[in-house]
Design a protein around this ligand. Structure first.
Ligand SMILES: [Zn+2]
Length: 242
């Protein structure tokens, strides 16, 4: 005898647990979710790079301004010396005086140029700092989104892994309870029948393809027989649910 109705019911349970396990494993490795998180990760990286380059730009402007201010101080010191010489009355030759005045004018112009550059840098810096504030805000927002997405995904996967462990436990105890010939039948037919090798009779119909089962077949299923009774239409093993 292929198996009594109770054993056929166990095989059905086994098959259903296998199907839930396959679905569970499919859900754990969900490429769409992985893609979403990878996309978010890319956006965070982009935002980080953007903020970083603005930070560097701001730092560069500040550094250049410190350099320019230092140059201004040097020009000022030199101008001070030149003016002291000019007003000291020590130089009286018109040619030398003219030369001195020319140098003073040159230094004043050089200092004014730097001062103008400093102002220009300060305007640029103001704009860049505003951009940087926005970029950092965007970066923080995206980082939080990514953290939340990872947390939700971790939770989802953890709960699925718990389910998987439960299903594996259930499967191994069912496997122990099942007679060898039923397991063999399952192994042989599972692929061809797409994982559904047993189906309960439902109101006299095959529970899978809904074909009306002849009374003789129903009787055979009820009584049990040496051969597993299968649906003539879809080839699946039949049993009465508890
Ligand atoms: Zn059928």
């Amino acid at each position: 005898m292929m198996g009594n109705n109770k054993e056929l019911g166990l095989l059905y349970q086994y098959q259903e647990a296998r199907r839930r396990l396959a679905a569970c494993e499919g859900a754990i490795a969900d490429p769409e979710r992985e893609k979403t998180i990878a996309g978010l990760r890319d956006r965070v990286r982009e935002a980080e790079t953007a903020a970083e380059s603005l930070e560097q730009e701001c730092a560069r402007l500040k550094r250049e301004n410190r350099q320019l201010e230092e140059e201004c101080r040097l020009f000022e010191a030199q101008l001070g010396e030149l003016e002291t010489t000019l007003y000291s009355g020590r130089i009286s030759a018109p040619k030398e005086l003219a030369q001195l005045q020319r140098r003073i004018a040159e230094y004043q112009k050089a200092k004014a140029d730097r001062e103008e550059k400093i102002l220009d840098h300060l305007y640029q810096l103001e704009a860049k700092e505003a951009e940087l504030a926005l970029a950092q805000k965007k970066k923080t927002k995206l980082q939080r989104q990514l953290e939340a997405a990872i947390e939700a995904e971790t939770k989802r996967v953890n709960s699925l892994q718990e389910q998987r462990a439960e299903l594996e436990k259930e499967l191994s105890s069912l496997e122990q309870a099942l007679p060898e010939n039923l397991k063999e039948f399952y192994r042989r037919s599972a692929n061809a029948l797409k994982g559904i090798v047993m189906i309960p009779v439902e109101n006299g119909l095959c529970g899978f393809c809904h074909m009306i089962l002849p009374p003789a077949v129903l009787e055979k299923v009820k009584r049990g027989s040496a051969e597993l009774t299968v649906c003539e239409n879809c080839g699946r093993g039949l049993f009465y649910p508890k």
